[in-house]
Design a protein around this ligand. Structure first.
Ligand code: 13P
Ligand code: SF4
Length: 325
């Protein structure tokens, strides 16, 4: 989605989840960042888990991992500032080897990406010769380089079904793998160490308790949650698919089983809905703050680099996924 808000609209968006004094402080930095952006040929991409000031204040495009990877592939800007985590910025670099890709905090990692190395993937390929390897984009470029095709939570099943094999190695998210395995007849070989530190916290009991309180509750979860959690939900899908499902539903009370900023950002989109709170914060996503975004543009930091040979191999897997949609 493209963002086109003037400062008055922005204040109204932020008022749904921030205190007036917080908004005043944020507005000063947002104006400075917008001025810097005008002077530079930069595109700013903002993941759905960014805090509302970063998300609505300074993004040119917002969305889920798949949507932002597409925007990164299409952009004509010289510089991409990725407000998300490191693997997302790396994916943008893989798709744009000749552009400058920046991230406001290079330590914005991901428990899934940290769970597996390229060597681990080579070990699995040796153990299951001939089985194609699908990697969830939440992994390093070096891991992507070892794989046949990437996927996101928006297209994981479609990607798995597109492969001409009955046995598939699906990495690194063990719970996404379980969610996919329930919907396909193919045998899914997963990586048990791979868990999202945010989504593994949720339990079916969180949902059952809320359902007792709200009769008309729409429960929407992310497929990085374990299968008992997604089974208790009305829908499980990527962050942008969650938004679409909420838009299409007439139910007023909505429970999001995902990272906390998602509900904060959707409050601005759906003022008529009541977001029933339970959420978990991703410490990596929260490393991206307005002051760091300002510093990133001012000092052109921190540049994301990927070795050429890794780019060449990882790019095939990412582009194959984008072609599938
Ligand atoms: P999506 O926005 O693709 O659903 O990804 C969620 C996530 O956890 C990214 O880190
Ligand atoms: Fe990684 Fe989970 Fe944080 Fe997403 S929410 S960046 S999957 S740890």
């Amino acid at each position: 989605m493209i963002i086109q808000n003037d400062l008055k609209d922005l204040r109204a968006q932020l008022e749904r989840s921030m205190m007036p004094h917080e908004i005043d402080m944020a507005m000063e930095l947002i104006a400075k960042i917008r001025d810097l952006k005008k002077q530079m040929n930069v595109v700013v991409l903002g993941h759905n888990y960014m805090t509302p000031d970063v998300f609505y204040g300074v993004s040119d495009f917002i969305g889920d991992s798949l949507g932002l990877a597409r925007k990164a592939a299409e952009t004509e800007a010289d510089i991409i500032l990725f407000n998300g985590v490191h693997f997302m910025a790396e994916t943008a670099k893989v798709l744009n080897p000749h552009k400058t890709v920046l991230i406001a905090d290079p330590d914005a990692g991901c428990s899934l990406a940290e769970s597996i190395t390229a060597e681990d993937v080579r070990g699995l390929k040796a153990q299951y010769p001939g089985a194609p390897v699908v990697t969830y984009v939440n992994c390093t470029a070096a891991v992507k380089a070892e794989t046949d095709i990437c996927c996101t939570s928006a297209n994981a099943l479609k990607v798995v079904e597109s492969l001409d094999s009955d046995e598939i190695i699906f990495l690194p998210d063990a719970y996404l793998a379980k969610n996919v395995a329930q919907k396909t007849n193919k045998k899914i070989i997963s990586w048990e160490r791979g868990k999202c530190m945010v989504h593994e916290q949720f339990t079916p009991r969180d949902i059952q308790a809320a359902r007792r309180q709200y009769g008309d509750l729409l429960v929407v979860s992310h497929p990085e949650c374990d299968t008992p959690v997604t089974a208790e939900s009305d829908f499980a899908g990527s962050t942008s698919q969650m938004e679409d499902v909420i838009r299409d539903s007439s139910r007023k009370n909505v429970m999001l089983i995902t990272e906390c900023s998602m509900a904060d950002n959707l409050r601005a989109v759906f003022p008529e809905k009541n977001f029933v709170s339970t959420c978990q914060t991703c410490p990596h996503m929260k490393k991206i703050t307005l002051p760091k975004v300002y510093e990133a543009l001012l000092n052109m930091q921190y540049e994301v680099t990927v070795p050429d040979d890794i780019i060449a191999r990882a790019r095939k897997a990412v582009e194959r996924m984008i072609a599938i949609g």
